[in-house]
Design a protein around this ligand. Sequence first.
Ligand SMILES: *[C@@H]1O[C@H](CO)[C@@H](O)[C@H](O)[C@H]1NC(C)=O
Ligand SMILES: *[C@@H]1O[C@H](CO)[C@@H](O)[C@H](O)[C@H]1NC(C)=O
Ligand SMILES: *[C@@H]1O[C@H](CO)[C@@H](O)[C@H](O)[C@H]1NC(C)=O
Ligand SMILES: *[C@@H]1O[C@H](CO)[C@@H](O)[C@H](O)[C@H]1NC(C)=O
Ligand SMILES: *[C@@H]1O[C@H](CO)[C@@H](O)[C@H](O)[C@H]1NC(C)=O
Length: 450
Amino acid sequence: MDPLLLILSFGFLVGVCPSRILELSDNFSDIRKDGGYWLIKFYAPWCGHCKKLEPLWGSIAQALSKTNIRVGRIDCHRFPSAASEFGIGGYPTIKFITADTEHMYNGDRDKENIIKFAVRMAGPPVQLISQSKNLDSIKSMNNLFFVYVGEHEGLLWNIYHDMAVKLQPHVYFYSTNSIQTGDIPQVPSIFVHKDDKMYFYTAEVTNENLNVSVSKWINEERFETFPKVSRGNINELIQTNKCLVLVIVEENKLEQIPVEMLEFRSMVENLVKTNRSKYHKYFQFGWVGSPELANSIAMQVLPLPHLLVLNSTNHHHYLPENDCTQMTAAMIDSFLERIVNQSVPAYGGDGFWIRIYRMYFDTTTSLAEMWVGNPILTTVLFGLPIGFLSFIMYSICCADILENDEDDEEKEEEPGKWILRANTYFTSVPNLCMVGLKFVYFADSHEKED
Ligand SMILES: *[C@@H]1O[C@H](CO)[C@@H](O)[C@H](O)[C@H]1NC(C)=O
Ligand SMILES: *[C@@H]1O[C@H](CO)[C@@H](O)[C@H](O)[C@H]1NC(C)=O
Ligand SMILES: *[C@@H]1O[C@H](CO)[C@@H](O)[C@H](O)[C@H]1NC(C)=O
Ligand SMILES: *[C@@H]1O[C@H](CO)[C@@H](O)[C@H](O)[C@H]1NC(C)=O
Ligand SMILES: *[C@@H]1O[C@H](CO)[C@@H](O)[C@H](O)[C@H]1NC(C)=O
């Protein structure tokens, strides 16, 4: 066949292939009652970040078309009642919805992670490994997962199952009653697989505080040893209640990192991987590819590469005094030791004035970026009613301060509350269009399309 014809007919095939994204409306609340699994994007046409997600959403719908998960979207501008029914606070919001449950997707908006999330949510919270050869295929698909070895009965199983239900949006949980890999210290037992190693939960299973102790262990082990940290997962990492040791580098659009930053990152990665047991008790390591997140925590523009340690309990942060490019593994080790014995100055925290200052820093930084990107539009925006700034302040801050004031009174560290508190702490999420911030983000999307 003529190659041109081939291309044309291929183009035609692609062209007629029906879109697999279902356009839903405010009657979705009735439709969901009929059952089934739904992956829904709540969006608004004016939101720039929604536009960025659009092509991805098409290919996710394509990839999930062979599963029993239906992919749809709801235009919350046209159907505001759907937005209020599902409690949508920013666009885009991705939710996995069944007849009686709904879970928000909080991770990075990339195809692989969103698909994994949907497929995991559509399965049972604990998936059965029937033959031990299946373990190898699981290993090839996931770097990190939990496995329960034993009969499905008893306290340990109940706790494991509870945790699996709770953490299903984030991690994989499996169970098996026969396994041939390595030595199982006892049956029943639990292990986590990460970085190609198995780590067992080692405390006594007859322990009185088994529930607390297993939940804490799972919560601490559910992260990779050296994950990439972003606005999407930092709220989860904070719940380890450890200190986060973050290597700050800058990735360009092609996810490339300059050599000297890469060297520094590899050095830290190597240190934590070879000395895991030493740091495991106090620290969770990770690296950040976009300096804005780190700058917002540190409330200053950090030179790169940099090291930033954030105590997730009191939100104090620590910075090394030395130039990071000159630091050796031994110097980092001693810096971390001094954090543990509290002989390094702590900055930040979550006091009222610190929050106000952080807000001020975040707002001025993003306005400065806007100015650089599009000075005329920014000027025009500032020519508009003075209400503009107070509007932003009102939308971002007031809700934040009010909620946090409530939190401050409640010193009890109940997990549910923590999520709320952590979320409001890092509230100015740049890749989310806040409801009510139409003008700012419209300008943003405009600028990128030009
Ligand atoms: C829901 O609304 C859409 C468009 O608004 C309509 O096409 C569809 O028939 C409705 N479905 C039900 C079950 O009411
Ligand atoms: C463990 O504790 C949590 C909350 O403290 C509770 O909801 C859950 O039912 C407990 N699990 C078991 C198996 O006792
Ligand atoms: C980390 O582990 C390596 C290899 O086990 C060891 O040589 C090194 O001294 C350890 N570093 C620190 C700071 O403990
Ligand atoms: C803290 O640890 C550092 C490094 O090990 C040590 O030099 C220092 O004396 C310690 N300080 C206190 C107060 O224990
Ligand atoms: C983090 O802060 C908490 C609460 O102030 C404190 O108990 C803990 O020791 C700190 N962690 C480290 C590693 O300094």
